[in-house]
Write a protein that binds this ligand. Structure first.
Ligand code: SAH
Length: 371
């Protein structure tokens, strides 16, 4: 049975036991049930987030729901990191504009297309174009790249992850054929947001962008870093509540990992187990969401992505960027897979996913709606 620490949240669990005269295991399951019914309170969420004793049950339940809705399928997204120029200065990010010694690069539209060619041959049916907020890539140029990819590979989805833009810009990419957009909200709390970003940026604008993306008709992904500096459990609960309001199709979370050339160089990395528990919580709160086992998770721990899959994740995003630029897209230190060819990455992940009991599928992997 479970052991509980003598702290406030755990007393809550024990009190619950006494009130109902039920076993401890049953109480944990009760909380998980509330998670699934969407009736969970903030205090109960806190218990699940902070207490490792409950995590085996949590992972088991999350895996069950994931298998019910998506079987053992793991969707692959080919990530093309096409520019590391960025006008923003997020304190946690290795490619922030103040990082003066960072060698910068941009891929040409032809190079991006070549990554897609290679990816298509390897079975990818989703291409994710991610980059810093690089003004060199005008709306026209982005639209051009998107429509070129879509006309060559009309059975593929194109996902953009290029930050905060106007409604009109988002609309033009969508009209050019972009299907999905990833924009993590990073943290839903205004004060916390202010500690991670310069004054120029605001959580209000981030949230407005997400609202616009939904309105336009994108499949939208959001998410946050786990263990970012100054983050509290209360902040994480606000993140979950914000996601419940937003109802995204994709939710990406990963541990914060310090980058040595940022103001957060000395802060400690996010916690693997909290991250895994949050993946499971997300799976139970959003039974149909597409949830990646992120590269950051794989960087924090050698088996991080495998553990993420077991906790309810159903997406992996191997790198399709040309090997010569991979080391330059360094959002955090020691990022994995920066030396491998795309085909190697694909093969390695295939094996890892299989060894974990799941199966990579060649499919666009659109979200299944909760109807
Ligand atoms: N410019 C795009 C893409 C950002 S990079 C945008 O604004 O959306 C993708 C994600 O990497 C970010 O949203 C952030 O959550 C994550 N990231 C950045 N720095 C990180 C770090 N040091 N540790 C972990 N994740 C980080």
């Amino acid at each position: 049975m479970y052991k509980y620490y003598d702290n406030r949240t755990c007393k809550l669990v024990i009190k619950y036991v006494q009130r109902n005269g039920r076993t401890e295991r049953f109480i944990v399951m009760e909380i998980i049930k509330m998670l699934k019914n969407n009736t969970i309170s903030d205090e109960q969420l806190k218990i699940l987030i902070e207490n490792g004793e409950t995590e085996d049950e949590l992972f088991k339940e999350a895996d069950m729901i994931r298998r019910k809705n998506y079987g053992t399928s793991v969707y692959i997204r080919g990530l093309i990191e096409f520019t590391n120029y960025c006008k923003n200065d997020c304190y946690y990010c290795g490619i922030r504009c103040s990082s003066k010694n960072t060698e910068r690069y941009r891929l040409t539209p032809e190079e991006i297309l070549k990554c897609c060619d290679e990816g298509y041959a390897l079975g990818f049916r989703t291409f994710v174009l991610q980059g810093g907020e690089d003004l060199f890539f005008t709306d026209k140029l982005i639209c051009n790249i998107v429509s070129k990819i879509k006309s060559k590979y009309n059975d593929c989805a194109v996902t953009l992850s290029i930050g905060e833009k106007s409604y009109e810009s988002y609309k033009s990419y969508f009209d050019a054929g972009a299907d999905r957009y990833l924009l993590r909200h990073e943290t839903a709390d205004t004060l916390h947001y202010g500690k991670l970003h310069p004054n120029k940026m605001s959580v209000e604008n981030r949230k407005k962008c997400l609202k616009n993306l939904k309105e336009i008709g994108y499949q939208v992904g959001s998410g946050f870093m786990v263990g970012s500096p100054f983050q509290t459990t209360k902040n994480i609960i606000s993140d979950l509540r914000f996601l419940q309001e937003l109802k995204p199709d994709m939710i990406g979370i990963g541990p914060f990992i310090a980058h040595k050339k940022t103001p957060f160089a000395e802060y400690k990395n996010g916690d693997l187990h909290i991250c895994l528990r949050l993946i499971a919580i997300l799976r139970l709160l959003f039974p149909f969401a597409l949830i990646p086992a992120t590269t950051a998770l794989g960087t924090l721990n050698q088996l991080g992505r495998e553990l993420g899959l077991k906790a309810g994740a159903n997406v992996v995003m191997p790198n399709l960027s040309p090997v010569n630029v991979r080391k330059l897209y360094q959002l955090y230190d020691n990022k994995i897979c920066t030396g491998d060819e795309s085909a190697q990455c694909r093969k390695c992940l295939e094996m890892r996913v299989k060894a974990t009991g799941y199966k990579i599928v060649t499919d666009r992997g659109d979200v299944k709606r909760n109807i």
